[in-house]
Design a binder for this molecule. Structure first.
Ligand code: CO
Length: 245
């Protein structure tokens, strides 16, 4: 799973570097496709429940599952959430990062920072003996303390030899509930945070999820294993330490 995760990390970093004013989300899709092939991996997303692409690219008020398009061109001040996953030799990796396009407003900068920090705090809970809802609660508490809201309709998940395994990992809940975490369990933890209200609608393409109030949304994700020594972020190199993204 770490080998799959390292490919996900590599592709997301390649995409991050390609984000600039004027790039289309389809150009990012093409880059993700090429990098996936170069790594000898298979996309975890393309064909999943009929999803047509290897990448989800969600701009501004789009929360998740934005379908790359030749007509979707980002501009200075936008933010773009890049969600990407692969299968390598039967094992899955899944991660996401929200990237600023050029200079963004201080409020949107705070949205990105708080969402990333909520992922960091959740990852910190991935330890043997903790309960699953300790992870969920860490996200919700930090997000709401900072005046933002947590999306309820989409959740993180177990991951391993399938992209989506039990259990669901919501980004909300009271601590101290759910299964006890044990060494060897692996979760995709993925806070989706709206600057305004938590409400979600899905567009006519049946995939793109956006905020109802038009407020911007951010999404950060890592695949994380429970080990005796604490959390192991599988979707980045071991030598990278500190903040999750
Ligand atoms: Co996921």
């Amino acid at each position: 799973m770490h080998r799959a995760g390292l490919i996900v990390w590599d592709v997301l970093n390649g995409l991050r570097e390609a984000v600039r004013p004027g790039v289309t989300t389809l150009e990012l899709e093409k880059l993700a496709e090429r990098l996936t092939t170069e790594h000898g991996a298979r996309s975890a997303f393309k064909g999943y429940r009929g999803y047509p692409c290897v990448l989800c690219a969600s701009v501004n008020q789009e929360i998740v599952h934005g379908i790359p398009s030749a007509t979707r061109r980002v501009k200075e001040g936008d933010v773009i959430s890049l969600d990407f996953g692969v299968e390598l030799e039967g094992y899955f990796g899944d991660a996401a990062v929200t990237v600023p396009v050029g200079k963004i407003s201080p409020e949107v900068e705070k949205l990105l920072r708080v969402t990333r920090e909520s992922l960091d705090l959740a990852i910190e809970k991935v330890r043997p003996g903790n309960r699953l809802s300790d992870v969920s609660s860490a996200v919700q508490t930090w997000v709401e303390q900072n005046g933002f809201s947590v999306v309820r309709e989409f959740v993180g998940h177990g991951i391993g030899t399938k992209m989506h395994e039990e259990p669901n990992v919501p980004n909300y809940g009271e601590p101290g509930h759910g299964p006890r975490l044990e060494e060897g369990m692996v979760f995709a933890i993925e806070p989706m945070v709206n600057a305004g209200a938590p409400d979600v609608k899905v567009l006519g393409d049946r995939w793109t999820a956006t905020t109802v109030d038009g407020s911007y949304s951010a999404h950060f994700e890592h695949t994380v294993a429970v080990t005796a020594n604490g959390p192991w972020i599988l979707t980045r190199p071991r030598e990278v330490t500190g903040a999750s993204w």
